[in-house]
Design a protein around this ligand. Structure first.
Ligand code: HEM
Length: 73
């Protein structure tokens, strides 16, 4: 279930980040309305997607990054 959600979510995050980068870097050549709608308005989408990605992977983060190293007896 979680893996299915990540399989759908991850490509969307990839596309949304590319869209932010492209519209941000090309902003001078885009109509103001397009920049406002896609970059400024749509900026919340990759941020939300990344937050969801971290939440869905929190088990991995806890096990691999937040666990104290085991000490040998
Ligand atoms: C790879 C990611 C991003 C790149 C390369 C990028 C690049 C840029 C650039 C170059 C500008 C200035 C455009 C101009 O004034 O001509 C800009 C403006 C802006 N960006 Fe991004 N951006 C990125 C991600 C985001 C995200 C994730 C958000 C929102 C959460 C966002 C929100 C905005 C807003 C609101 C402005 C307008 C700021 C203003 O009014 O001066 N950007 N971005």
């Amino acid at each position: 279930m979680k893996n299915t959600a990540l399989r759908i979510l991850n490509p969307f995050i990839g596309l949304l980040v590319c869209s932010q980068a492209a519209t941000g870097l090309l902003s001078d050549h885009l109509p103001a309305k397009v920049f406002e709608t896609v970059h400024e308005g749509g900026g919340i989408l990759p941020v939300t997607g990344i937050a969801l990605h971290v939440i869905l992977n929190f088990g991995w983060i806890k096990n691999n990054l937040l666990k104290r190293p085991q000490t040998r007896a």
